[in-house]
Design a protein around this ligand. Sequence first.
Ligand code: ADP
Ligand code: ASP
Ligand code: MG
Length: 410
Amino acid sequence: MGLIVQKFGGTSVADAERIHRAANRAIAAAEKGNQVVVVVSAMGETTDELIRLAREVCKDCVPPKREMDQLLVTGEQVTIALMAMAIHAQGKEAISFTGGQIGLVTDNAFSKARIQSINKQRIFEQLEGGKIVIIAGFQGITPEGDVTTLGRGGSNATLVAIGAVLEADVCENYTDVDGIYTADPRIVKKARKIDRISYDEMLELSGLGASVLQTRAVEFAKKYNVPIHVRNSQNDNPGTWIVAETPNMEHIVVSGAALKKDLIRVGIKNVPDHPGIAATIFGDIASANIVVDDIIQNVMDDNTANISFTVEHGDLDDIKPVVDRITKALGPGTKAAYVSDLAKVSVVGVGMRTHTGVAQRMFKALADAKVNIQNITTSEIKISCIISREDGPKALQIVHDAFELEKAKT
Ligand code: ADP
Ligand code: ASP
Ligand code: MG
C-alpha cells in the first residue's frame, strides 16, 4: 500500500482501447490499496499535429509562443477527460484536473516554462475521498492565469514534480518500450534493456538524445530523490529503475550510447577578445531560454576570437534574432554563420571516472567506419562527437558495437 503516480505517454493513450488499458492499470493499482494519481500526455501524435496546424495558419510568421501554448494544452485536456470516463466505465471513481486546476504554477517562459509550485491539497482531498486523480501532463499556469507548457516531453516533468510534492512511493513512467536501453532500440536492434541506471547517467543520456525521458524531469527526480520506474504500457515486464548511484555501478564503464539527430552549429567570427564578451553573448542566449552545447572558443593572433556552439534545429527561429543582435552590437567585422545537418553521438557511463581509454576506443571505431568527427566534447561521465546528420544512425550502431553494450556486464 502506498501512493503511486503513473504517467502514460502519447502512444500509451493513442486510442480508446489503449485508454481503457491504461485505465485498467490505474484501477489495478488502486484495488491493491494504493492511492493512485495518473498523469497523461496528449493522444498519439496530437501535439505534433497541433504544431503542424499552427504552422499552416501562421505560414510566414513564427506563431506567438503564448498562443502556441494555448493551443498545445488542449491535447492533454482531451486525454484527462477520456481517461476519467474510462475509469467511470469500470464503475470506479476518478476526477480529472488541468494543470491550472491543481495550481501547477510556472514562470511565464511560454513553451519551456518551469514549475514553481503545485497545490497538493486539492489532489490529496480527492485521493482521500477514494478517487483516482487524473492530471494533464505538460501544462501549467502562470501567476497571472495564462496557460504554459513545459517543453516537449514535458509530461515527464509533471510526473516527477507530482511525485515529489506528494512524496510518492514510486513514479511509474509507462511508454512504448520495455525500459531504458543501451541505445534507442528503434535504431540499434541489439540494444539491451538496462535494469537500473543512475540519475546522472540518465541525465546525460536524456540531454544527449535519449528522448524517452525529458532531461528536466530527471534533474527534478535527482534533486528530490524520486525513484522512476520506466515500463512498457503494453506488457507487465519489469522495466528500468532510475535511482541514486550505488558503488557497484562504477564497474560498468559505458552504460549507454545516444544520438541527437538534428543540430545546427552557430559560428560567430571576429569577436573582440575582451573579458566578459562570452558572458554577454551566452547571457543573452540564456535569457532567450535557448540551451546551447559544445561551446568552442579559439583566440586568433589579431586579438579576435571565433566562438561556435550547437543548438537543436528547432531552436533556429529563436536563436537567429539573438545572434543577429549580438553580431550587430559587436561591430561590422563580426559575422555569424550557421551549419545545419549535424548530429551528435555520445557514450555515457559513471565508470568513465575511473577508467581510461574510452575516448580512444570511440574515436577509433568511428574512424574505422569512415565517420568524420567534427567536434569533440567531454565531461567526466560522457564523450560526445559532432558528426554529419546522415552518419548519425550508423555512428550510434558503431559505438554500440565498439563497447559491446549488448552484453550484460556485472
Ligand atoms: P512517450 O510518448 O511514452 O513519452 P516517447 O516517444 O517520448 O514516449 O519516448 C519513447 C521512445 O524513446 C522510444 O520509443 C524510443 O524510440 C526512444 N528512445 C531513445 N533512446 C532510448 C533509450 N536509450 N531507451 C529507450 N527508449 C529510447
Ligand atoms: N504532448 C507533449 C509532447 O508531445 C508532452 C508529452 O507527451 O510529454 O511533447
Ligand atoms: Mg514523451
